[in-house]
Write a protein that binds this ligand. Sequence first.
Ligand code: GRF
Length: 193
Amino acid sequence: MARKTKVAVLISGRGSNMEALVRAAKAEDCPFEIALVLANKPDAGGLAVAAEAGVEALCVDQKPFGKDREAHERAIDAALRQRGIEVIALAGYMRILTPFLVDAWEGRMLNIHPSLLPAYPGLDTHGRALTAGELEAGCTVHLVTAGVDEGPILGQARVPILPGDDDHTLAARVLEQEHRLYAATLAEFVRGL
Ligand code: GRF
């Protein structure tokens, strides 16, 4: 079997995208393995999901670092390097990064965002798309750069917005596509490294 690229998934919450990546990585022809799932909070539900799936689940709690986000990121970076991680996949990692981590992993850190970027960066993407009367929504996988949700786009998936949709129905329709898109785009990305 060919060597697989070692990926770390960074999460803050339930980790359904992480779970989709872990599942995809089990296929023999998948070019990446999920070598680590790392959360910035001990109560991130995805940590237990990862451990159950047999993946190392690590919390680098942001709390002891207080407002020093860079010191927290240095601890994260050390954990990643100790494990020989080659690529980071942010998946619902809800903390804005400092230039330290962004620069250290330039070209090797991906994020998934639940909108058709460049439309609706930031939070409450579904609510804002609905209020604006959009007919279409979707998700984007992109490289992480200094600007939030601004890096080069690697892949997108589109879904219709249907009459009667609310935040929840739309988020669920988009999430299904996120799970498919992230695994496919990450595979394509690591094949090109
Ligand atoms: C997803 O919608 C992702 O696009 C966004 O945060 C959400 C995380 O969900 N960045 P999950 O933790 O992967 O279930």
